[in-house]
Design a protein around this ligand. Structure first.
Ligand code: GLU
Length: 472
């Protein structure tokens, strides 16, 4: 059997973390088993569905590396097929037309709630025949849900779960205006798309029983279900915006790498021994549903940040340059004109190994890289300014001729030169290196100073030095 999974978001908002994790689990399960991962956009709610939300979902999935197979499917476009299934159930007496007015339904609901019944609809149209139908109302089509017995689902994460059928309502399949409900559309689509495994948040578990009954009525084999626990915030409540949980694009904007977020989401609810760092390739080899936990994972921003730092240090330098350049260009509006941009890019590529050791995300990396991009004279941070007192400037002025005469402009050679100078002057190396750092970077902390000199080159180094000596 070929495994076929799907991710079925409604395009009514961004791709939030819980949804992204659902997509990830479906993707991994399909990839691990050599199957297919499909994308269905549940866009039947025309008022709330937006193209921005759709784009955010597609971009978010691509960014995370969760490519789907084939074209994505629009649920809305399939509504004739949904209607056809409802009509068939009607013809087979497994569904009925309901003429109840909103007023009647509200009254029924009230009564049921008072009596403590979960079945809200009282079944009054079940046996009402066409001839008795009130004219002028467009009837809905409701499912004749079983009145007794139980529905049992052997959930791949939750185990065997049972519900008494008396709790299942005669749910609406097709509304009076001919539009399908989620419950009908999802079953018809999953069947037609030949989905073998439905993996989704456990907030859908109660829907699964209703969907299961629909499969039976339609004479179709139900897929296997796996309902994964939701993600909670640090306070134990369901993760929401209140916890600062946003769409995946805001994590990207905040400097998160996609592989770090994917790894983090994977570990929220799935484990492989004590392994923490698991990339998608490794996860594909290991992933299966039996290691999905039954309790909700708690979102921990610090853990995500640590993972991000790990992946950042492991990332290819050239890729990081491409991620940093647009941020620098934004920050230094207008200063990164063509020729200078080429210089800056070359510096970043050379200096990236040192820079990436010191950052936890792309925002920090970009801030730390800014000194390679700024034009002279550099703005000096307060701490840098404090390092450049008159004594320090004297040292720098003393150092300048030696640097000017240097032939070998490499980090090793420059280090030797500086050490020799500090010996001769009888001042500690730090007394020279720190002001030098302040002069060359405008800050009191940076990657290694000799490496920076090499990357900046002689001319730029001497220029920045002069600015500092002259107090520019
Ligand atoms: N469209 C539903 C949602 O976004 C998902 C339905 C499903 O996975 O069955 O929650």
């Amino acid at each position: 059997m070929t495994i076929v999974t799907r991710f079925a978001p409604s395009p009514t908002g961004f791709l939030h973390l819980g949804a992204a994790r659902t997509a990830l689990f479906n993707w991994l399960y399909a990839r691990h088993h050599g199957g297919r991962f499909l994308l269905r956009i549940e866009d039947t709610d025309r008022k709330r569905s937006t193209t921005q939300a759709l784009d955010a979902i597609l971009d978010g999935l691509r960014w995370l590396g969760l490519e789907w197979d084939g074209d994505w499917v629009s649920q809305f476009a399939r509504r004739p097929r949904h209607a056809e299934a409802a009509e068939r159930l009607l013809a087979e007496d497994k569904a009925f037309r309901c003429y109840c007015t909103p007023g009647e339904l509200a009254e029924m609901r009230e009564k049921a709630l008072q009596a403590g019944r979960t079945r809200l609809y009282d079944g009054r149209c079940r046996e009402r025949h066409g001839a008795e139908a009130p004219s002028g109302t467009a009837p809905a089509i409701r499912f004749k849900a079983p009145l007794d017995g139980e529905s049992v689902i052997d959930d791949l994460v939750q185990g065997e779960v049972t519900v008494a059928n008396e709790k299942l309502d005669d749910m609406v399949l097709l509304r009076g205006d001919g539009t399908p409900t989620y419950m009908l559309a999802v079953v018809v689509d999953d069947h037609d798309m030949e989905i073998t495994h439905v993996i989704r948040g456990d907030d859908h578990l109660t829907n699964a029983f209703r969907q299961y009954q629909l499969y039976l009525a339609l004479g179709w084999e139900a897929p296997a279900f796996a309902h994964i626990p939701l993600i909670h915030g640090a306070d134990g409540a369901k993760l929401s915006k209140r916890h600062g949980a946003l769409g995946v694009e805001s994590y990207r904007d905040d400097g998160c790498l996609p592989e770090a977020l994917a790894n983090y989401l994977l570990r929220l609810g799935w484990s492989h021994g004590d392994d923490e760092v698991i990339d998608l390739q490794q996860a594909t080899a290991w992933f299966d549903l039996d290691a999905v936990g039954r309790s909700a994972g708690r979102f921990d921003a610090a853990k995500l940040e640590n993972l991000n730092g790990h992946y950042l240090r492991a990332a290819d330098d050239r890729r990081l340059v491409d991620l940093v350049m647009p941020r620098l260009a934004d920050e230094l509006a207008g200063q990164l004109a063509e020729q200078h941009a080429i210089t800056v890019e070359a510096r970043l590529e050379q200096g990236m190994a040192g820079l990436k050791e010191r950052a936890k995300n792309i925002v920090e990396l970009s801030e730390n890289a800014m000194f390679y991009a700024r034009k002279r004279p550099l703005p000096l941070a307060d701490k840098a300014l404090a390092l450049l007192d008159s004594e320090a400037r004297r040292h720098l002025a003393g150092l300048r001729p030696g640097l000017d005469a240097a032939v070998d402009w490499k980090a090793d050679a420059l280090e030797k030169l500086l050490r020799r100078f500090s010996d001769e002057e009888r001042v500690k190396l730090g007394k020279i290196a720190q002001p030098l750092r302040a002069a060359l970077t405008g800050a009191a902390a940076s990657p290694g100073i000799f490496e920076i000199m090499e990357v900046l080159g002689k001319e730029e180094t001497l220029g920045r030095l002069d600015d500092a000596i002259q107090g520019a």
